[in-house]
Design a protein around this ligand. Structure first.
Ligand code: PMP
Length: 372
């Protein structure tokens, strides 16, 4: 706690654009049912925990040395995973890894954005795109979405053509709405972005393993300025690991080397991620359960009379509420933490275990009675 007379942030010579701002972060409240940060509710299986311990023990013997700076073994395994599941063959040279996809995005903006440049995202979307833009001195443009939260191609192309951004973010499935983007839309936006500048187009596929649709990864073929970012935080159930990665033309991987800190991925992180990748099939089995639970949440919320946005992610946006913050509070008072992302009249719930989802559904069933 700060003592009286201590300095506050604004007493320090912080950059002007950071003055008066608050850091990103969902509340980490101690509540029985936590469905607010799109985490995977299933702890890693015990066999994998054992394998992590083994691989980390091995890595510990070499901790006097810096880790593999280029994370070659890990990138090779990630490329194998993407080749197997993404519908497109990739090699080590197409893949880059960092501490969470947030760091991947930061490295991309440090490389392709920066002072005097701009990035665009179609909002509501993942607010860290905007915040990382600010942190890297990149200007931000808020592009439009339709009433149903899909990207309206005509309006999006018009925004790109008018503003000529240096970086275009397309989040699919989108957070917080759950909306997937089809390949035709990505291609139309990519073409518009190339005609306007040419700029880098980043497809953020953090949740793609939960989608009803295939990955957009095959689109990188022949499109050197298209990047797909991914993470082990959601489908692999390893949010605590901090491992994100991208797939793109090898020139993009070379370019981010200009800004990455040397040895940014610790040997412990690399060992842990490699262990998790050995258990991919088990972890993707949990994803199937979560997809079914997500579809159940959509169905039951609609049956209760809520307005629900179609979801291809491991979370569901629902409403409408006259006062979404009051609804959030009401659900929290019943021991269930969901997320108020600031989308007017809507809340977002992450798909949990079947019993967590039941607890959530009980709460919103009562809320519906209360409000009718
Ligand atoms: N992209 C999107 C769309 C997200 O929702 C998140 C996490 N909430 C991330 C990226 C970042 O995830 P991580 O840094 O854990 O990989």
């Amino acid at each position: 706690a700060r003592e009286p007379g201590d300095l506050g942030i604004d007493d320090l010579p912080v950059r002007d654009e950071l003055r008066g701002k608050t850091p990103y972060g969902a509340p980490q409240l101690d509540v029985p049912v936590q469905l607010n940060t799109n985490e995977n509710p299933y702890p890693l299986p015990e066999a994998l925990v054992e394998r992590i311990a083994e691989r980390v023990r091995e890595a510990a013997r070499g901790l006097n040395r810096y880790p593999d700076r280029d994370a070659v073994e890990l990138r090779t395994e990630l490329a194998a995973y993407l080749s197997r599941t993404g519908g497109h063959p990739l090699t080590t040279a197409h893949v880059w890894a960092a501490n969470g996809s947030n760091e991947v995005i930061q490295q991309l903006l440090q490389t392709f954005g920066g002072p005097g440049r701009t990035a665009i995202g179609f909002e509501p979307s993942y607010s860290m795109h905007h915040l990382i833009a600010r942190g890297t001195g990149t200007g931000w443009l808020s592009g439009p979405r339709g009433e149903d939260f899909t990207i309206d191609v005509t309006a999006a192309v018009a925004a790109i053509t008018a503003h000529r951004p240096d970086v275009v973010f397309i989040t699919s499935p989108n957070n917080p709405t759950g909306t997937a983007v089809d390949a035709e839309t990505v291609l139309a936006l990519y073409e518009a972005a190339q005609a306007a500048r040419p700029s880098l187009v980043v497809v953020d596929e953090a949740y793609v393993e939960f989608s009803h649709r295939p990955s957009l990864l095959p689109l990188i073929e022949g499109r050197p300025r298209l990047v797909v970012s991914r993470t082990m935080s959601k489908a692999f159930g390893a949010a605590g690991l901090r491992l994100g990665y991208l797939a793109a033309h090898p020139a993009v991987v070379d370019a981010v080397q200009l800004v990455r800190l040397p040895y940014h991925l610790s040997a412990v992180t690399q060992a842990t991620a490699l262990a998790a990748l050995e258990h991919t099939d088990t972890l993707l089995g949990y994803v199937e359960t979560l997809k079914a639970e997500r579809d159940r949440l959509v169905g039951e919320l609609r049956a209760l009379g809520y307005e629900v946005t179609d979801s291809d992610a491991n979370f569901v946006q629902f409403g409408r509420f006259e006062d979404s913050h009051a609804a959030w509070r009401w659900i929290l008072d019943r021991g269930v933490l969901v997320r108020d992302n600031g989308v007017p009249g809507r809340l977002r719930v992450t798909a949990g275990t079947p019993s967590e989802n039941d607890a959530f559904l009980d709460a919103v069933r009562e809320l519906k009675k209360e409000q009718s």
